[in-house]
Ligand binder design. Structure first.
Ligand SMILES: Cc1cc2nc3c(=O)[nH]c(=O)nc-3n(C[C@H](O)[C@H](O)[C@H](O)COP(=O)(O)OP(=O)(O)OC[C@H]3O[C@@H](n4cnc5c(N)ncnc54)[C@H](O)[C@@H]3O)c2cc1C
Length: 383
């Protein structure tokens, strides 16, 4: 019987895995099926642009994977039955020989957020935020809670696109306090230029209809509150009985196999994988796409006589867009600590834009493993 590799989720990780598997398993008669809830690849790293009212480029999965033999099934996954090796979707049940779980993540839950806050963590949420902002009146206060990479990008994008709104950012620490001084100062100047009110040392506990409530019980009033306090992995893995951490991520081994269920490969935001320096990989495409390469290599090795890949993941940069024409690119060590080097301004903005485009380009092209390191920002290195 034909062996079926079922890849769940066509985000950065799932799409990379499907493309890579199609290359590595060419001619073996293996069927590769990619299941996704939409027919298009959505550039999640541009969702702050969507929330701010911009149109995103449209990429049909069928076009990106044309000629690869990967079958795209548009269906919503409801559950995984690891004992029966089946996946239940809204379009019926699918059996598998090998399962690659890449259902990604969405905004992390926070008290009051569901009722009183918006977010840009998933396409649906970003559209709801866009619609809410469209109804916001001149001078309304938009409060972004969370000073991480995503919160910074959301605040800047909205402030630039909607100068009539009073955008504020609440962060538990200082603005960009992990960046080197020059990069941090550039970020602050960018936020000043956009008129963003930065509230530092404010640790928000919960949201109410009136705004965000800080740990000390102080209300930070806002007409529109936006939660950007991190991501939580899709709950389907936990519901299937796989061990997960408190963010819903599945702990995996070096081949990206679930520790509790080694016959399930887990990649991207859904996986808790040990990165350089023994720290968990950050939920990001810069590490999620390499996890897909690693999983695909090991799966191909199991199904054929190939040698498993000897690749390790390392970080290269952190990128923060400050609207459409400015950005900060902080170069980092293999284990994600800032180096002295950074880029700012138009050059950084072009760099970030190029990364977004290269990611999409890579889905439509085969890359030999040794070339991966030549792609700017690709986090794979030979071990
Ligand atoms: C606003 C924003 C900006 C970001 N900027 C950056 C950045 O600059 N750099 C960076 O490295 N990272 C960035 N990230 C993080 C990055 O987007 C994620 O880490 C990355 O998307 C994870 O890839 P993934 O493939 O694991 O999951 P996802 O990209 O979330 O893909 C999951 C896929 O599964 C599908 N899916 C989900 N549930 C189901 C279901 N039940 N049935 C069928 N299909 C389903 C989804 O439609 C999607 O196609 C950003 C995130 C956000 C929200």
């Amino acid at each position: 019987m034909q062996h079926r590799v079922l890849v769940l989720g066509a985000g950065y990780a799932g799409l990379t895995a499907a493309r890579r598997l199609s290359t590595l398993l060419r001619g073996t008669g293996t069927e590769i099926v990619l299941v996704n809830d939409t027919p298009n690849f959505i550039e999640r790293i541009r969702l702050h642009q969507l929330a701010a009212g911009q149109d995103l480029p449209r990429h049909r999965l069928a076009d990106l994977l044309a000629g690869t033999g990967v079958r795209v099934r548009v269906a919503r996954v409801a559950a995984v039955d690891v004992d029966r090796r089946t996946v239940l979707t809204d379009a019926g049940e699918l059996g598998y020989g090998t399962l690659v779980y890449a259902l990604g993540s969405a905004a992390a839950a926070m008290p009051g957020a569901e009722a009183h806050a918006w977010n840009a963590g998933s396409p649906g949420a970003a559209v709801r935020l866009r619609d809410r902002l469209a109804r916001a009146g001149e001078g309304d206060r938009v409060l972004v809670v969370g000073g991480g990479l995503t919160g910074l990008e959301i605040a800047a994008e909205i402030a630039e696109s909607r100068p009539g709104l009073a955008v504020a950012l609440a962060t538990a620490g200082g603005l960009g306090d992990w960046l080197v001084p020059g990069a941090r100062e550039h970020l602050r100047r960018g936020f000043d230029r956009l008129g963003i009110d930065v509230l530092e040392g404010v640790r928000v506990d919960r949201f109410t209809a009136a705004g965000a409530v800080a740990r000390e019980g102080v209300l930070v009033p806002a007409q529109v509150s936006i939660a950007a306090t991190g991501f939580a992995a899709n709950p389907i893995a936990a519901a299937a009985g796989l061990d997960t951490d408190d963010c819903g991520r599945v702990p995996v081994d070096r081949a990206m196999r679930s520790l509790s269920h080694p016959d399930v490969d887990v990649i991207g935001d859904a996986a808790w994988a040990e990165g350089p320096g023994g720290r968990a990989l950050r939920m990001s495409c810069s590490s999620g796409m390499p996890t897909a390469w690693i999983a695909a290599g090991h799966i191909a090795a199991r199904l054929t006589s190939r040698r498993p890949p000897r690749l390790r993941i390392r970080y290269f940069h952190q990128t923060i867009s400050i609207g459409r024409a400015d950005a900060v690119v902080q170069f980092v060590t293999a284990d994600d600590r800032p180096k002295r080097t950074y880029l700012t301004g138009k050059a950084a903005s072009r760099y970030k834009e190029a990364l977004c485009r290269i990611a999409v380009w890579s889905f439509a092209h085969d890359l030999p493993a040794r070339r991966a390191a030549a792609v700017p920002g690709d986090a794979l290195r030979p071990a």
